[in-house]
Write a protein of this length. Structure first.
Length: 230
């Protein structure tokens, strides 16, 4: 009798394990008119999507009607797609004056807010081996669709400036603007080369906890199969 009971317990445990197993599923993506397998294991952290089967249900006896709760949860990570047509303005100035150019175009697409900040950029400074009267060129950086609506920031203030590109339908499909450079070359700027360098930093504002913020890939050690209350 004891052997029969133990056998039944073993069968029930095996059934419960099968019914309630948490498992990663193979995923296909529709590409060029066909389903292409893109992920079937935790090693593929660069896959575009992962999926898991969670929970389970079972029942027995002669009741007529049964209800099984079902749920679908889709967590979407924030992505970004950007392009700039240049990463350097190269000025060649023959005479003193105030000059403006828009030679760089930027396009940013994302499905969430993007913060823009600046590191290191400032007024171009004198690089020559001789003494000079004024050792920098005043510069402003701006953006806008035309030279009539440019929003300028002095290069000396760039490190203190940041702004948010808000979430919008336009941003999802690509927000395009021109980047402008305005300089003032004074009579007291000696003949030489003036330079500045730094970084423009784009920061996603809706990063998911299961995304590695350094790589943008899936975190292999995140608990993807934990049910609520566990």
């Amino acid at each position: 009798m004891r052997k029969i009971v133990l056998t039944l317990v073993a069968i029930l445990v095996a059934f419960a394990f099968t019914a309630f197993a948490q498992s990663q599923l193979e995923v296909w993506k529709w590409i060029d008119g066909a389903w292409v397998s893109i992920s079937d294991g935790p090693e593929d952290v660069q896959a575009d999507a992962w999926a898991f089967s969670l929970g389970g249900a079972e029942g027995r006896c002669n009741k007529q009607t049964w209800t099984i709760n079902a749920e679908v949860e889709v967590q979407v990570a924030q992505w970004i797609d950007f392009k700039v047509t240049g990463t350097k303005w190269a000025w060649y100035v023959r005479k003193p004056g105030t000059y403006l150019t828009d030679c760089i175009t930027a396009n940013i697409a994302s499905n969430g807010e993007v913060a823009v900040s600046f590191v290191g950029l400032g007024n171009p400074t004198y690089q020559g081996p001789y003494t000079t009267v004024k050792d920098f060129i005043e510069m402003w950086v701006g953006y806008g669709s035309s030279n009539e609506n440019v929003q300028f920031v002095a290069a000396s203030d760039l490190s203190t400036v940041s702004f948010i590109i808000p979430d919008s339908n336009q941003l999802h499909y690509g927000f395009e603007t021109k980047l402008w450079s305005k300089i003032f070359v004074a009579e007291c700027n000696s003949a030489s080369t003036y330079k500045t360098s730094g970084m423009v930093v784009l920061t996603l504002q809706r990063i998911k906890p299961w995304i590695d913020p350094e790589t943008g890939f899936f975190k292999p050690d995140y608990n993807y199969t934990q049910l609520p209350g566990q």
